[in-house]
Design a protein around this ligand. Structure first.
Ligand code: FEO
Length: 394
């Protein structure tokens, strides 16, 4: 735990989780993460913006004691998820006079998730202010970044926007401010893909909404602080836009080599047409990398052998994730091999109902691919090229 001052009397209390490798028992964290709380000492009141994951609660409380924080008046809860709210009960035990300040939706969730009693809350609505004396907090309701109750806190006098998950990155780093934009860009894009992408349209509205706030710093609750926020704002604008790139994503599995042979041929065919190709062998894929690739791609081609009539179970898992993440893909197709029959194509199509994609005629092969099958793969590559041309992305 470190004490870092962003501006006078505004502190970055980051509990860095260098070793965490999985979030929600689902999302790989190759670079660890951090849970950032912020302490604001006003001339009259003291506020803590968010807390930390309960596994790191002892670090936050030790920090507050070590630096002789004698009272906390307000614990601002921007988001109810436990990696930020989980240490609120510990803080309330240490500072029983503190009130939890949040919006009505978040209050109900905190009561349900953390069993905090109702008398501990002060509720605020969109545009409300709380004065700390010489510093003022203004609240902006920003739903669906990435839960329905999320809000942002703006520190007016210092022009700092506290965004919790919004603009965050799972990146354990000792630096308080972003020092390597390229590194943070990749981590933030991966984070956006895994957490925010299903809510792209709502996030677009929230990006419009925060234009009304004159902030110079974005302080998220994961990863480093943006003291030059233009680059992450521009990145988000691009990610949530409807623009797609000349890219094809190929999640695949091969059991005895037929599907792998087709994927290999198909990848080369796309490369020859100057299309960026990203194949993902689903036995080895970090799903965060797959999610990140889906942020910009125009087309997905899912390749699977047939197992007990349907797609390989790993392909089912990958396809389910793709559908749940709702990427802005425009086109989809399937490459399938089978021994004696099956319904792979129908089953994959049934799993992509969230996507607004045009289905390009799949390639279905009995046994090992033969000359006419490679011709079909060439036809599929040609069709994708033409579709991308129509989108003006080739
Ligand atoms: Fe970082 Fe939605 O919690």
């Amino acid at each position: 735990m470190f004490e870092r001052e962003i501006v006078s009397c505004v502190y970055y209390l980051s509990a860095i989780d260098w070793d965490r490798r999985l979030f929600d028992e689902l999302i790989p964290l190759p670079d660890g993460t951090s849970y950032n709380a912020y302490l604001i000492k006003g001339s009259e009141k003291i506020a803590l913006i968010d807390t930390v994951d309960p596994t790191k609660g002892h670090k936050l409380t030790a920090y507050l004691q070590e630096f002789s924080v004698e009272k906390i008046d307000y614990i601002i809860a921007n988001h109810a998820e436990q990696d930020h709210s989980g240490a609120i009960p510990e803080i309330l035990e240490l500072y029983p006079e503190a009130k939890v300040v949040t919006n009505p939706k978040c209050k109900v969730m905190l009561m349900d998730l953390l069993l905090i009693s109702e008398d501990k809350f002060i509720t605020v609505n969109d545009g409300d202010n709380i004065s700390l004396g010489n510093k003022t907090l203004e609240f902006t309701i920003a739903p669906w970044v990435h839960w329905p109750e999320t809000m942002l806190t703006y520190l007016k006098e210092d022009k700092i926007l506290f965004t919790c998950d919004f603009f965050g990155s799972h990146l354990a780093a000792s630096e308080m401010f972003v020092t390597d934009e390229a590194e943070v860009y990749e981590a933030a894009k991966r984070y956006y893909a895994e957490i925010m992408m299903p809510f792209r349209v709502q996030i677009r509205k929230n990006l419009e909404k925060i234009k009304n706030l004159d902030f110079k710093v974005i302080a998220p609750s994961h990863g480093p602080v943006y003291n030059k926020p233009e680059f992450i704002l521009n990145a988000y604008k691009e990610w949530v836009s409807d623009n797609v790139k000349n890219e094809v994503i190929i999640p695949y599995i091969s059991m005895h080599g037929s599907t792998a042979k087709m994927v290999d041929y198909f990848v080369d065919a796309l490369i020859k047409r100057d299309i960026v190709v990203k194949p993902f062998n689903l036995t080895k894929t970090d799903i965060g990398e797959l999610a990140k690739a889906l942020v910009d791609a125009a087309t997905i081609v899912i390749a699977s052998p047939t197992v007990l009539v349907g797609p390989h179970p790993n392909v089912v898992y990958g396809t389910y994730l793709v559908n749940a993440l709702r990427p802005k893909l425009k086109f989809a197709s399937v490459i399938n091999s089978y021994g004696w029959g099956g319904k792979v194509i129908d089953k994959i199509k049934e799993m992509l109902t969230n996507l607004k994609v045009e289905i390009i005629e799949p390639v279905i092969v009995k046994g090992y691919p033969k000359e006419e099958d490679f011709k079909s793969l060439t036809r599929l590559a040609d069709e994708i090229y033409e579709k991308h041309k129509e989108q003006n992305i080739v």
